[in-house]
Design a protein around this ligand. Structure first.
Ligand code: NAP
Length: 410
């Protein structure tokens, strides 16, 4: 590799989570192409500090102040200030001077990392609607947004998409990364349908009565992906697929009646695009998030594989089925929210976040998650999306309503 190869300078928000750690793994494997310049996490401060030392990062933020004691604060401050340089750094790479780092505490400081002058790309791997501001500010700052935080688009797609271009918003979600790649070189007017694939989750094939006593441990045991808790529960209820349908609607400017969900239990096909001549392009690959993460970082190039490529001889059968939306009501609710649009997806998402947290806390039954979401959606009169502040107020209203509903019904 030429020493003149440009290095991409990356901020990772949510670096201690599933996507965050896999992003750092990709950065480690491609250390000659990727330089981590900023890291943020919520509560796992010791892990964040360890990452900062390992990747020599000096712009740091911790989102939840309560987790920091004096010693940890001191350690972060020292890491931010430490003198450093890159020995053997390729020409043109990032070589900050001593004392130029930063250490911030609280949600605003996490978002501030999106404006780092030395960053080219922000990987938003935060979980939940709290990721919206970071996505918005990244694009406003003119940087590339590598987006794992699908809730950003579910809640604020109407505000984010006008700021984005094809080259500045790269999806990390494997389904959307797949569709993005299937669409490369194609005429958008010739696309007739997007097929978003779903593994079906741990309860594929079950009926409602089978799900009455599901425990958090059972719901967290995803058959094909190893993910954070919130998305694991969302995958089991198919809410995750509903969020992805809304995400696809925004990313690819596609009407809801042209976005289909198909269950593909092997998760080998990551999604498909159908064209006007009846041709269908599918994206396949090993079931490992480092592939779509790397694509979002390497685009428009492709770099050497981060994991073993798929061996089709080992794959065996590929199955397909329609999703069961009577049993998995969350998918139907999300579709309804997306089709109505406006502020309804914001409210639906907030209700779901509260219901999932309550379920994990044994304060809501598994089937109750959909009931909470539906009750909050029914209580809301959708408005046109106008601002982050408006969404933030409605998000809070929906959370309060969901908590009251839970207190009355569970
Ligand atoms: N995991 C996957 O395979 C996958 C696939 C596709 C899309 N996604 C999407 O990617 C996003 C992240 O998912 P994940 O599975 O990586 O979740 P996760 O493992 O729970 O990680 C979430 C990250 O966000 C951080 N965080 C939480 N609250 C924060 C706060 N207040 N301030 C700053 N950081 C905070 C966490 O920090 P602490 O842990 O230190 O508190 C952690 O680093 C989600 O939107 C998910 O839907 C995930």
């Amino acid at each position: 590799m030429s020493s003149k190869q440009a290095i991409k300078r990356v901020v990772v928000l949510g670096s201690t989570g599933s996507i965050g750690t896999q992003t750092l793994d990709v950065a480690h494997q491609h250390a000659d192409r990727l330089q981590i310049v900023g890291l943020a996490a919520g509560t796992r401060a010791a892990e964040l500090l360890e990452q900062a030392r390992r990747f020599d990062v000096h712009h740091l933020a911790v989102g939840v102040p309560e987790v920091l004691d004096q010693d940890m604060t001191q350690a972060f401050t020292e890491q931010a200030k430490a003198a450093y340089f890159l020995p053997n750094a390729p020409e043109g790479s990032y070589q900050p001077q001593a004392g130029q780092g930063s250490f911030g505490v609280g949600p605003d400081e996490v978002v501030n990392l999106c404006h780092l002058p030395e960053a080219d790309i922000v990987v938003n791997a935060l979980v939940g609607a709290q990721g919206l501001r970071a996505s918005y500010e990244t694009l406003k700052a003119g940087k590339v947004l590598a987006l794992a935080n699908k809730e950003s688009l579910v809640v604020g797609g109407d505000l984010i998409m006008p700021l984005a271009t094809h080259d500045t918003l790269l999806p990390i979600d494997s389904e959307h990364g797949a569709i993005y790649q299937c669409l490369l070189g194609e005429n958008a007017k010739e696309v007739t349908k997007l097929w978003v694939t779903a593994s079906g989750g741990p309860f594929r094939g079950k009926m409602r009565k089978d799900l009455e006593t599901v425990t958090p441990a059972q719901a967290l045991a995803h058959p094909t992906w190893n993910m954070g808790k919130k998305i694991s529960i969302d995958s089991s209820t198919l809410m995750n697929k509903g969020l992805e349908v809304i995400e696809a609607h925004h990313l690819f400017a596609m009407d809801y009646d042209r976005i289909e969900v198909v269950v593909q239990p092997q998760s080998a096909i990551h999604s498909m695009v159908e064209f006007s001549d009846g041709s269908v392009k599918a994206h396949l690959g090993t079931t490992d998030m480092r592939i779509p993460i790397q694509f979002a970082l390497s685009y428009p190039e492709r770099w050497s594989a981060p994991v073993e490529p798929l061996d089709f001889r080992q794959l065996g059968t590929l199955e397909f089925a329609a999703p069961d939306t009577d049993t998995f009501k969350c998918l139907a609710l999300a579709r309804r929210a997306g089709s109505v649009g406006g502020t309804l997806p914001c409210v639906m998402n907030a209700a779901n976040e509260i219901a999932v947290a309550a379920f994990l806390d044994n304060a809501c039954s598994y089937l109750g998650i959909a009931d909470v979401v539906e009750a909050v959606m029914d209580a809301h009169t959708p408005q046109v999306v106008e601002s982050i502040e408006q969404l933030s107020e409605l998000d809070q209203w929906a959370r309060d309503y969901a908590c009251t509903y839970l207190a009355k019904n569970y």
